[in-house]
Design a protein around this ligand. Structure first.
Ligand code: ATP
Ligand code: MG
Length: 716
């Protein structure tokens, strides 16, 4: 025919090609991991542009992260060249949402240049509201209210739409009233929060039909990646926009829905067909990413979930390596083993950027990061800060630095009002002025101030309390091991409590990180030694712009792929995560399993799962049970090994397993926990013996078995 050659179409399989070329009308591509969904979306955009069906500015394309948006733009560029210049509507729901809102802000009662509140501002505002209503913040923390309001916003509910009873638990049913008051306050401040970016957009479209009609004319094609993780608000927003051209294409995989805890609703996939009658559904079944064993292992694992739409997946590539499962003695050995393997891979010419470590919880990163710093191995943390750069870790370190040195002004400034204790900017300025005038460090200036009449009595008392705390901690620093000191400081300062009261989704992770911080201090002689190590770590090459190992959570790994994927920490309680089980029961377990599926399917050539028999959290040894997900990996596709350190899981051998029997010893109760006094730990760390060896510095001296419960005792 006369059609011009379209090189980007060649190489697609028939179903993919159908999905690319079915441009008119609603289309749902429902397909498993690595089947080319994202590639279909990208090629579809290229096809729209190169056939002249729309200008770049007439395409709305939603990705899950900004990074994914950039990558998509690059890929399109490689297919159609400069035709892709200026795709202004390619981005995340939030980035597109704010763009639309800025153009019409006056229609929803906002003035141009409105601000977007961050979480801190949001909490401050809610605290004021709670105080104004005489609601006891100790019983009803502002952060819980923030989480409740976010939940409503995720479900597309403005204050007037909240049904009585929904979230009624907050302050005995006053949540809805507080929500309304909060929205009114935001308006008065000419501000929105993150959730409003879509919620106000929905209101805009509903209340200003001419504006919506304008967007209907503008957006000739709409596309959404990772559709299974949209929440109701995103869905409603999208549906309003898509009802214009109805040329909407969503791609997703119900087995990869991993944001239920943040309000994502996999039911949106089912709704699609009823909201867009006549929608075409295309299934892609060939996986192009992973080798045979990896794909088979992942498919078997996910088959344990009940609530699935179900689909077939096959690969035509080589069988490749089996999924490897390795038991390590503890998390220190796990990190050492992985580090060694990566060095070997590197020597064999593998690119570090093709190696990823995917953790369930961010605290797990610490041990790997320390290891990489020791090895001089470049690494990059994706989708979040590096461990020691996390806000809660920096806060905790600032406290410790203040104890170590009374003249560390930066540290003092960071924590003087964290947690909030009523020492505001005005007081801080007074401290600064005095410090400058008298050439004193801030801590000393603060002390002097509390001895004068210059401060209001309440502020003076608070500040004096803080100064005296530091004096006390400095005395204790000479008496107790530094790990214990750290615990004391974090407790007595109210810092730990601040996060314990926090009900936001990240709070658990932050508390885990704080515990991990204390744990990371163990191998060091004293506080000074530890803080010196930290400054080295902070200073280490951040791996930016060079070939570096990629470290991230499983959640941030969605949509990505790597040659080699390490999956550490497959232990009951950590993965599946205890909180998911406690809070959501079976649904929580299934979401965790989907996360495991996401993890395995990131690997092209090699997937390496680890579990540690012992994990020490907050100074407590936990004899762990191997994750139930390990038993759900099918025999023919798995190879079980012990780590080279020789302190493996010691369970029944893989070969001897009869059907139905666990491959791993899972008879030990999870919480067989025993404590080692802090001083003993510290001493052991110094001498390299006794009840401490998990710090990663001493190789020998592991007197522990697996605790109570009849599990095998492992010889050190
Ligand atoms: P996920 O569910 O993990 O997001 P996906 O379905 O979006 O996966 P892609 O990332 O688009 O899958 O594709 C997976 C890999 O397979 C990519 O490297 C992609 O380039 C490759 N691929 C997809 N389709 C083909 C094809 N027809 N021929 C060769 N390679 C392909
Ligand atoms: Mg994808």
């Amino acid at each position: 025919g006369g059609a011009p050659a379209r090189p980007y179409l060649s190489g697609l399989n028939p179903e993919q090609r159908d999905a690319v070329e079915s441009l008119e009308g609603p289309l749902l591509v429902l397909a498993g991991a690595g089947t080319g969904k994202t590639r279909v979306l990208t090629t579809r955009i290229a096809h729209i542009l190169s056939t002249g069906r729309a200008y770049p500015s007439q395409i709305l394309a939603v990705t899950f992260t900004n990074k994914a948006a950039r990558e998509m733009k690059e890929r399109i560029h490689s297919m159609v060249g400069d035709a892709v210049e200026g795709m202004p509507w390619l981005g995340t729901f939030h980035s597109i949402g704010v763009r639309i809102l800025r153009r019409h802000c006056e229609l929803v009662g906002l003035k141009s240049g409105f601000t977007i509140l961050d979480t801190d501002d949001q909490i401050r505002l809610l605290k004021q509201l709670l105080a104004a209503e005489n609601i006891d913040e100790k019983r009803w923390p502002a952060r819980l209210l923030a989480a409740t309001i976010d939940g409503w916003k995720n479900r597309g509910l403005s204050p007037d739409l909240v049904q009585p009873g929904e979230g009624a638990t907050f302050a005995n049913g006053r949540g809805q009233m507080l929500y309304a008051a909060y929205q009114a306050r935001l308006k008065a401040l000419n501000a929105v929060d993150f959730g409003d970016l879509l919620l106000e957009g929905i209101r805009l479209f509903r209340e200003a039909p001419d504006v919506l009609a304008d967007y209907h004319r503008r957006f000739k094609y709409l596309l959404v990646d990772e559709y299974q993780d949209t929440n109701v608000a995103q869905y409603l927003w999208l549906r309003l926009l898509a009802q214009g051209s109805r040329n909407v294409c969503c791609v997703g995989d119900d087995d990869q829905s991993i944001y239920g805890w943040r309000g994502a609703e996999v039911d949106n996939i089912l709704r699609f067909e009823s909201d867009f009658p006549g929608a075409k559904v295309i299934r892609l079944e060939r996986n192009y990413r992973s080798t045979g064993h990896i794909l088979a292992a992942a498919s078997h694992l996910i088959a344990h979930n009940a609530g699935r739409l179900g689909k077939t997946l096959f690969s035509e590539g080589v069988e490749g390596e089996k999924v490897r499962v390795t038991g390590a003695w503890d998390s220190g050995e796990e990190a050492r083993a992985v580090g060694e393997e990566i060095e070997t891979l590197q020597r064999a010419g593998h690119a570090l950027s093709q190696i990823a470590i995917l953790v369930r919880a961010s605290f797990q990163m610490r041990e790997f990061e320390d290891r990489f710093v020791t090895l001089g191995m470049p690494y990059r943390v994706i989708g979040g800060p590096r461990f020691y750069e996390r806000a809660e870790i920096r806060d905790a370190l600032a406290y410790l630095r203040c104890v170590q040195s009374a003249s560390d002004d930066l540290a003092f400034e960071r924590i003087v009002n964290v947690p909030k204790r009523g020492i505001g900017d005005a007081t801080l300025k007074q401290i600064h002025d005095l410090a400058r005038a008298a050439a004193l460090p801030l801590q000393e200036a603060a002390r002097t101030l509390t001895e004068s009449e210059e401060l209001k009595p309440k502020v003076r008392a608070t500040l004096r309390g803080l100064v005296q705390s530091f004096d006390r901690w400095r005395v204790q620093a000479r008496q107790v091991p530094h790990t214990e000191l750290a615990e004391v400081v974090l407790d007595e300062s109210g810092y730990t409590e601040m996060w314990q009261k926090d009900r936001s989704a990240e709070a658990t992770g932050r508390l885990e990180n704080l515990k991990e911080l204390v744990r990371s201090m163990e191998p060091f002689e004293n506080l000074q030694g530890f803080l010196e190590h930290i400054s080295l770590v902070m200073d280490a090459d951040k791996g930016a712009g060079e070939d570096a190992v990629q470290v991230m959570t499983l959640h941030s790994a969605k949509g990505l792929e790597f040659d080699t994927v390490y999956l550490p920490g497959w232990e009951e309680g950590l993965f599946p995560h205890q909180r998911a089980l406690d809070e959501q029961g079976k649904a929580g377990l299934e979401e965790e399993r989907r996360l495991a599926y996401v993890g395995l399917t990131r690997a092209r050539l090699s997937a390496r799962v680890y579990f540690a028999s012992n994990r020490r959290i907050h100074g407590l040894w936990n004899s762990t049970l191997p994750s139930r997900f390990l038993d759900e990996l099918p025999d023919p596709h798995v190879q079980v090994e012990e780590s080279k350190g020789g302190f493996g899981w010691g369970g029944s051998s893989y070969g001897a397993r009869t059907s139905g029997e666990s491959r791993f010893d899972r008879t030990t109760p999870f919480a067989s926990t025993y404590d080692t006094p802090g001083w003993q730990r510290a001493q052991a760390a110094r001498t390299g013996s006794g009840n401490s060896s998990s710090g990663g510095f001493s190789e020998r001296g592991r007197p522990f078995g697996r605790g109570a419960g009849g599990a095998p005792v492992i010889e050190g």
